[in-house]
Design a protein around this ligand. Structure first.
Ligand code: SF4
Length: 362
């Protein structure tokens, strides 16, 4: 399969390393057209490795992937697949493919192994480790997914940074990835088809909007009650709600597009009519799109349960009646989430124990 690693070789150059690839081209006196054809084949058409490499005379010198396919789990109930991919350091990350009924496909990428934000509701946050993924490791999730969808005759439409990790804790590699994804010479993807989701790192969000004004941003808000939000997202101690409100206001000014507000529906925590009223009040005057997310319970957070569907619908109606654009996101792949998540946590704990990884300070 196209995602298989060709194995380490000292002479090989990563396709994601633009400088090294250009150097290789010059050393071997190849026409720039050969490199262009290789990149177009892999990054834009998502051709199989053999086909794309077939157009490059120095094919044995090129490494097409930075991640190794470890396991693929396909949902039996909807069009979701979870790819477990192994980094060079031996850690597992997840990429999720969502095949939406309309025929569109979305990829949810990871930006870190584990996550230091430690959100109470999130299995990744309970992993206890965090390591940044390189830009090559983020981009390879796109290449491997694109290749897999191409075999099915489908196209990749949207890329969302909602997998493992807080993207703005890995800002340099995030921006290098966004540069590559939107570069006409590389992936040539529309910035509007990309969404970066964060629990709220104001400076990073503003820098992102400055550099990539058309890339969509999402804030995982989940509560406008300071105490509840602190409980759910410990990181909010660093960036209080007032600061986040000002940030959205500034993003609206700089970008001219709505910021997505993600709101996990948790029974008894943030789902009462009073909570909805406070949320409406907090969002007044901001250009936002609210996305209510039913909660899939996780083993590590037995104290949290999801709000029942009828109550989510009432909550949504209250927001809509107040004039807020509101949707409910029903997550796909719930039958594969738990099993894959457990496998990732188990493998990564073992890999972390056999190395010296520590949780970074954020
Ligand atoms: S920032 Fe995202 S990945 Fe990290 S712990 Fe919170 S929800 Fe999980």
């Amino acid at each position: 399969m196209s995602g298989e690693s060709t194995g380490p070789c000292l002479d090989q150059v990563s396709i994601f390393d633009n400088e090294a690839m250009e150097q290789l081209r010059k050393e071997t006196r190849l026409d720039p057209e050969h490199l262009r054809a290789l990149r177009n084949g892999l990054f834009k058409k998502f051709e199989a490795d053999d086909i794309a490499l077939g157009r490059f005379p120095e094919r044995d010198r090129v490494l097409c992937h930075s991640l190794e396919m470890f396991r693929r789990c396909d949902s039996q109930v909807d069009g979701a697949s979870k790819l477990l991919l192994k980094t060079a350091a031996g850690m597992l990350i997840e990429s999720v493919i969502l095949r939406i009924a309309t025929g569109r496909s979305t990829l949810c990428v990871s930006s870190q192994v584990g996550c230091a934000a430690a959100c109470d509701f999130c299995a990744t946050g309970k992993m206890g480790i965090a390591q940044n993924l390189s830009s090559a490791e983020i981009l390879d999730q796109v290449v491997q997914t694109g290749q897999l969808l191409a075999v099915e005759g489908r196209r990749l439409h949207n890329i969302v940074f909602m997998g493992m990790g807080e993207p703005f804790h890995n800002e340099e590699n995030l921006f290098a990835t966004l540069d590559a994804l939107t570069s006409p010479k590389l992936f040539n993807r529309s910035p509007g088809s990309i969404l970066v989701s964060t629990v709220g790192v104001p400076d990073g969000m503003l820098r992102c909007a400055e550099r990539f004004p058309k890339v969509n941003l999402a804030l995982s808000l989940h509560s406008v009650n300071p105490e509840v939000r602190r409980e759910l997202i410990p990181l909010t101690k660093k960036h209080p709600l007032d600061e986040l409100q000002e940030t959205i206001c500034e993003l609206n000014r700089r970008q001219g597009i709505p910021v997505m507000i993600e709101y996990l529906m948790l029974a008894g925590k943030n789902d009462t009519l009073e909570d909805a009223a406070e949320l409406i009040n907090w969002l007044a005057d901001l250009d936002v799109h609210v996305n209510l997310i039913p909660y899939n319970e996780i083993e590590d957070a037995p104290h949290l349960t999801g709000t029942e569907d009828s109550k989510i619908r009432t909550f949504a109606s209250q927001l809509k009646d107040a004039g807020l654009t509101t949707t409910v996101r029903y997550s796909l792949g719930s039958d594969i989430a738990a099993a894959c998540g457990q496998l990732v946590r188990k493998e990564n704990r073992q890999a972390a124990m056999s190395s010296n990884w520590q949780l970074p300070r954020v």
